[in-house]
Design a protein. Structure first.
Ligand code: FMN
Length: 387
């Protein structure tokens, strides 16, 4: 018996049908539980997505994704990023994003823009290519012991908060169904949450996660207050950082509970809980991953993510390590956790880069036809533009 065919109980292990149920969040009706998470492709020209990116999103919707979250989109603030190949939402890029959103809607999906600020992450080359660029962050620390830029003043934080609100209003105006605040992976909002990068002694810092979450909660509350009742807001969080896989914003479950409760009160409708492998237990004594723990503290929707359909994690892939599709085994585990109530939605990242029809092929029980993700895919995609 192949593991791709049947489990010992006789149930098809690759049966994803429980994940094909619709879900309603505020005014948004999702046709199934599959999400395409934000994935930076470097296909933007001065912050604006091109035709290729629009088609790339549309193909994933035609292939089964119910919700597309844009790659991280810099908010319109001079400190957000200086790299023009990164996406940006601002008056001059709005129409290009509108075309993406319309394309996704036309294909039958929903779309969020992911609002992002790089904070103290040093992409190198910044000083040479833009001498005026000043990286602002909680404490001018990119990683414990490493400095980059400087700590933002409270007035600067107010202007960054206003840029997030403008980004959300722009997203709403172009017809997006919602936004996701990127508060994960070591970027600005996450730098407040992590004690390693937040050394502030004002109201934005402190020993407790509730203290360190103050700025993120203020941004979330300001976005919620400015946008309409049907507009959905997701907040993405992670323990891991691109610069540190062992980093932790919270050490204990009750701290996670405080973080989730605070952001839920600030208006978060969805928590997109980013882990590198969805099945890794977060704390001893339970097999629950971070998403399952987050769900245990909230009535908001939770998105799980991490190596669905693959046996190699995202950072290994980005460093060029090849993986193999894992087929049915982990899919059975994913569905088991979903049925148990650990999460409401699941993001499938690299597997959908590898094959835009990953969801459709899984739905049709054709895992053997899936084009495997390859480590080179993110940068030199096989995607072609077809209009
Ligand atoms: C090429 C690439 C670019 C990414 N860019 C972003 C991004 O812009 N914003 C974000 O929140 N996560 C980003 N991620 C992380 C993904 O959203 C996702 O969490 C990660 O790939 C794990 O999911 P997977 O194992 O299904 O690929 C990126 C991942 C990849 C592979």
């Amino acid at each position: 018996m192949s593991q791709l065919e049947e489990s010992p109980t006789g149930t098809a292990e690759y049966d994803i049908s429980p994940l094909l149920e619709p879900l309603k969040i505020r005014g948004l009706q999702l046709r199934n539980r599959f999400v395409m998470p934000g994935m930076q492709r470097y296909w933007c020209a001065d912050g604006a997505p091109d035709l290729r990116l629009r088609e790339y999103y549309r193909r994933r919707v035609r292939g089964g994704a119910s919700l597309v979250i844009s790659e991280s989109c810099a908010v319109d603030h001079p400190s957000a990023t200086k790299n023009p190949t990164f996406a940006r939402i601002s008056p001059d890029t709005r129409d290009a994003w509108r075309a993406c959103v319309e394309g996704v809607h036309e294909a039958g999906g929903a779309m969020f823009l992911q609002l992002w600020h790089q904070g103290a992450v040093n992409y190198g080359g910044d000083a040479e290519s833009n001498p005026d660029f000043v990286a602002l962050s909680p404490s001018g620390v990119s990683h414990p012991g490493e400095s980059f830029g400087r700590a933002a003043t409270e007035a600067e934080l107010d202007s960054i908060k206003a840029a997030f609100v403008r980004g959300a209003l722009d997203a709403e105006e172009i017809g997006a169904d919602g936004v996701e605040l990127h508060s994960a992976h070591g970027f600005l909002l996450d730098q407040f949450l992590w004690p390693g990068t937040n050394l502030r002694t004002d109201r934005y810092g402190g020993p407790s996660i509730a203290d360190r979450a103050t700025f993120v909660a203020e941004v979330a509350a300001a976005v919620r207050a400015a946008t309409g009742p049907d507009f959905v807001m997701s907040v993405r969080i992670s323990q891991w950082k691109e610069s540190d896989y062992d980093a932790r914003i919270v050490e204990q479950p009750d701290e996670l509970g405080q973080l989730i409760a605070g952001l839920r009160s600030a208006g978060a409708d969805i928590f997109h809980v980013s882990t590198r492998r969805f099945w890794t237990p977060e704390w001893d004594g339970s097999d629950r991953g971070l998403a399952g723990w987050a769900k245990s503290f909230t009535d908001a929707a939770v998105i799980a993510v991490g190596s669905v359909g693959l046996d190699v994690d995202v950072m290994a892939s980005l460093n060029g390590e090849e993986g193999q599709p894992t087929g049915g085994t982990r899919i059975g585990e994913l569905v088991r956790r979903f049925r148990r109530g650990d999460f409401d939605l699941v993001s499938v990242g690299r597997s959908q880069i590898g094959d835009p029809e990953w969801i459709a092929k899984m739905t049709d029980h054709r895992p053997a036809d899936i084009r495997a993700f390859r480590a080179g895919d993110p940068w030199l995609s096989h995607d072609v533009v077809s209009t």
